[in-house]
Ligand binder design. Structure first.
Ligand code: G1P
Ligand code: ZN
Length: 544
């Protein structure tokens, strides 16, 4: 087979963000753009030569085209074998599962996660290393450096591989195996959870659930596991067919974008349990009858109850949460006498802690929860965890959460996003606030006294690496907190995220309006950061 060496020139904008390289489809369609990045992976990840690579994506527009290019480049770069999800489909957690199960040298996932898809929307590519997790910063940095000096890439001339035909095909010397995207993942879930108990819950006829796959990758996974293996009634999974444009929607499981699902938990015939996941299947949203579980609470509840489930029956060594995630999990860790780690935003920071066995459960406020079963956050895993808990406790979602608050106190929590704001204005806002942090310490603002104020810096307890400038934390003596940071995943301008949190130990005060409880902290944030005047925005674009 003919290997071509194509001359190219570097692009200057291929630095991967918190979850890979994410750009508009049109940018990826520029000649050599995808190819340069892929060649930089092969040039720096030399274990892939003669090794095995996993490839798949969330089914968005350009997924199949990109996979064909990657396969032809893998063949030209001496990869021995590639495992590809049938139809080009692999969720992010399933890719992690497959990398680990077959001890491959890594995987390439094509996704822009929860960002919309389609010809004028977003596309993305990320590389996961042999532990199944996202490439750590030193790896993405070497790849990025390579993109800056690349002058040619290798690709074979060949017909397209049939991505829909299960079994083995060859591309030059390379074997391409088209695998069932769901099977290995479903087997892993069966090993972690009590499928019989969940089956009985569905069989009881007293329990109804809806899972919104948002026309994204988890459709086939949820249909197979919930409806086929666990006996949920047909129609439990809605929007279950992956579409290139996610049906025109925004595949982000939150109260705004999964509005139709939220409606099914309200009104005169609400379902008992509802859940959704995002484009690539790693995020989750959990709802009960007329009840929303914040991701931060969900993490704390999973940690507090893990020992009741088969996969975690001997207890967990520790938990971790990203810095902006509420401190609800810290209270559980305290009570259980286990470690709680505060890490920078982004799943990759959990990898070392999981590999070293320091934690078994971790999560982020951004609708991400997961455990040591893979090295990615896992949407369907979180849903199955909740289902298992509901089957054991035979209580409503709301009762489980209220019981949790009674035991640990409630961390009221909200996140305000200002999207697509002027980059310079956002950076100046952060910079000037950063300058003032030292002065804030000990200051009193109404009821709030500043306990600490810093720009979060993290030293990895396993490899000692340091990550600085991870966001501004202003903590108050009563346990309340204001956090501000700029998004690392946006594709237009800058996105400013403001995270507000207040702790309430008194059960009598656990049913108040979150916005009311947090209003004074929102006002204080405005006073300190001057968001309105600096960004020209009267209010956040999204409140979760
Ligand atoms: C966002 C979330 C973060 C998550 C990341 C990838 O990043 O906030 O928790 O890890 O997406 O899903 P951000 O845009 O805030 O940098
Ligand atoms: Zn995602």
């Amino acid at each position: 087979m003919n290997i071509e060496q194509i001359n190219t020139q570097p692009f200057s904008d291929q630095r991967p963000g918190t979850s890979g390289l994410r750009k508009k489809v049109r940018q990826f369609q520029q000649p050599h753009y995808l190819e340069n990045f892929v060649q930089s992976i092969f040039d720096t990840q030399t274990d892939l030569r003669s090794g095995t690579l996993v490839v798949g994506g969330d089914g968005r527009y350009y997924n199949r085209t990109a996979i064909q290019i990657i396969l032809r480049m893998a063949a030209a770069n001496g990869v021995a074998r590639v495992l590809v999800g049938q139809g080009g489909i692999l969720s992010t957690p399933a890719t992690s599962c497959i990398i680990r199960k077959y001890s491959t040298q890594g995987g390439i996932i094509l996704s822009a996660s929860h960002n919309p898809g389609g010809p004028s929307e977003d596309f993305g590519i990320k590389f996961n290393v042999s532990n199944g997790g996202p490439a750590p910063e030193n790896v993405t940095e070497t790849m990025y450096q390579r993109t800056l000096e690349i002058d040619s890439y290798r690709i074979v001339e060949a017909y397209d591989v049939d991505l829909d035909q299960p079994g083995t095909q060859t591309l030059g010397e390379m074997q391409v195996e088209i695998i069932d995207p769901v099977k290995d993942y479903a087997n892993l879930m069966r090993a972690l959870f009590d499928f019989d108990a969940i089956h009985q819950l569905f069989n009881s006829g007293l329990f109804r659930m809806r899972f919104d796959a948002m026309h994204a990758v988890n459709g086939p996974y949820a249909t197979q596991i919930l409806e086929k293996m666990l006996g949920a009634e047909p129609g439990t999974v809605i929007n279950g067919i992956p579409k290139e444009d996610f049906g025109g929607g925004h595949p982000d499981p939150n109260l705004v974008h999964a509005h139709d699902l939220v409606e099914m938990t309200r009104g005169h015939d609400p379902v008992d349990f509802a859940a959704a996941s995002d484009g690539d299947g790693d995020r989750n949203m959990i709802l009960g009858n007329n009840f929303f579980v914040t991701p931060s609470d969900s993490l704390a509840i999973l940690a507090a109850n893990a020992h009741m489930l088969p996969g975690y029956h001997s207890g967990i060594p520790g938990v971790a949460r990203s810095m902006p995630t509420s401190q609800a999990a810290d209270r559980v860790a305290d009570a259980l006498g286990i470690d709680c780690f505060e890490t920078p935003t982004g799943w990759k920071f959990f990898g070392n802690l999981l590999d070293a066995g320091k934690i078994a459960i971790c999560g982020e406020e951004s609708f991400g929860t997961g455990s040591d079963h893979v090295r990615e956050k896992d949407g369907l895993w979180a849903v199955l965890f909740w289902l298992n808990l509901l089957a054991i406790k035979q209580q409503s979602v709301s009762t489980i959460v209220h019981d949790h608050w009674r035991r640990f106190g409630r961390n009221y929590y909200t996140r305000h996003d200002y999207e697509g704001v002027d980059k310079e204005a956002a950076e100046t806002l952060m910079k000037e606030l950063r300058f003032r942090l030292d002065d804030l310490k000990g200051q009193q603002f109404g009821d709030y006294k500043v306990d600490y104020a810093d720009d979060f810096s993290y030293t990895d307890p396993v490899d000692g690496s340091v990550s600085e400038n991870q966001g501004i934390r202003i903590g108050f003596t009563d346990g309340s907190r204001i956090v501000l940071r700029l998004s690392g995943t946006g594709t237009v301008g800058a996105t400013l995220r403001v995270y507000l949190e207040a702790y309430e130990p008194d059960p009598e005060k656990h049913d108040l309006e979150t916005a009311t409880i947090l209003a004074p902290l929102a006002a204080l944030t405005e006073e300190l950061a001057e968001i309105r005047s600096r960004t020209g925005r009267e209010k956040p674009d999204v409140i979760t």
